[in-house]
Structures are given as structure tokens and as C-alpha cells.
Design a binder for this molecule. Sequence first.
Ligand code: PGA
Length: 254
Amino acid sequence: MRKPLVAGNWKMNGTRETVSALLDGLQTGLSGEKELGNKVDIAVFPPAIFAQQVADALTSTAVSWGLQNICTEEKGAFTGETSVVMAQEFSCTMVLAGHSERRSLYGETDADVAAKVDRAGQAGLIPVLCVGESLEEREANQTMEVVSRQVKAVLEQASPASLEKLVIAYEPVWAIGTGLTATPEQAQEVHASIRELLAKHDADMAARTRILYGGSVKGSNAAEIFAGPDVDGGLVGGASLNVQDFLSICRAAD
Ligand code: PGA
């Protein structure tokens, strides 16, 4: 049985004050719902600069945290980057790799993303590999072609050891931050195909890998999307900035 995971991607949002309010809300909300943390893994991805604040607030809660991006180099002259070792200094246990905004705005290639998954996984972090097609690609019936290419690049390049804890997030680019969501059927179809692809590579891996859905997940649509047998939770952007919305999405994954 795969334990569902709901993760909040805060993107480049927040001030000390709003982050503090969000963390307080999470602590308070979850202290009244201890069971939820046993049934659903919950995680947040804050901007790296808030890692200490997040670690201070969440250390004795059921919530894990991670970074939105990682450098594959260990240290040195890489201005603006954050290493895996630095992430671990702040008790990060997860890292996003290949979010569509990193791919489209910062030119990350499949090979770059695979290297990040490998680096994070080798260090014992949980890599959350993000994949998904654009609207043009969906309309041209290229969804699985694109998603397969993105997943295969990682299966081919990353070491098997780095994929032990791999999580995949299927996030159709047209659904991210747009208010449009894939229908539960569309999500399940792609998730099942991703799992089939994993099974060709390694049956155990296919059975254990959690595949999250992302793209305008809200309290009102989470339960029906998460009901798909191959949908193991969600990666949540906008709605993760609101404690009540985020908690209701976590409950929907139970
Ligand atoms: P959204 O973002 O929930 O705001 O659509 C999802 C994501 O980018 O991970």
C-alpha cells in the first residue's frame, strides 16, 4: 500500500510574517488532527531562504519539508545555487526536480532534471520529479509522448539507488495556476501509463512509487482526483498558501 502524500509548493511567495502565520496555522490545525499525519504524508516546499523558519516550526510535527530546486554540484563557484548538503543542514528531506516553471523559465532540460534527481536521491533525499505536457502538446495528442520522454530520461540517467524513494508529480502545464484541472479520468489515465512505464523498468519500483497529481488542486476537487487508483496524492501550489484549503486537501487524500 502506498501512503498518500500531499505536498505544498509555496513557489516564490511569502514574507517572514506570512510564513510564520502559515506555519502557526499548520501546527494548530494538525495538533487537533493527529490521525491525519499518520494516514497521509504531508510536506511543504518553502523558498529556500525560509528553511530555518520552517525547520524551527515543524520539527516536532508530522510535516516534512524540502527545497524547490537543488544544484547538482557539491560546493564552490555556483552563484545563486543551493547544494544538497545545505538542504540537509536544515533537515530538508525532499526536493522538487523539474517543475514546469524550472523547465520553461530557466531552461532546465530532461538531462538537467535527471541529474538533480540522481544527486538528491543519492544523498538520501526524496526527489519529487515533476512531469507534464503543455496545452499544445495535449491538443496534438502528444501527452504520453512528452511524459514518457521526461520519465525515461530519469530512469535511464539516474542511478537505481537514487530512485528508491522517487515520487513523481504529474502536472499538466495547462492546469498549473490556471484554475483548470485535469478531469479525474484524464489524471488517472496518465498516472496509469506512467506506472506501466515504470513497470517495464522495474516492477517493484512501479508498485512503490507514489504518483501525485498537480495543477489547480483545491479542497473542492481534490477528493475526486485522488480517488483514481494510481493517484497517490497531490502537489499543490496556490491552495497550499491557505492553511484551511491545504488541510482540506490533505484530508481528501485520506
Ligand atoms: P497550482 O500549482 O496548484 O497553483 O496549480 C501546482 C504546482 O505548480 O505545483
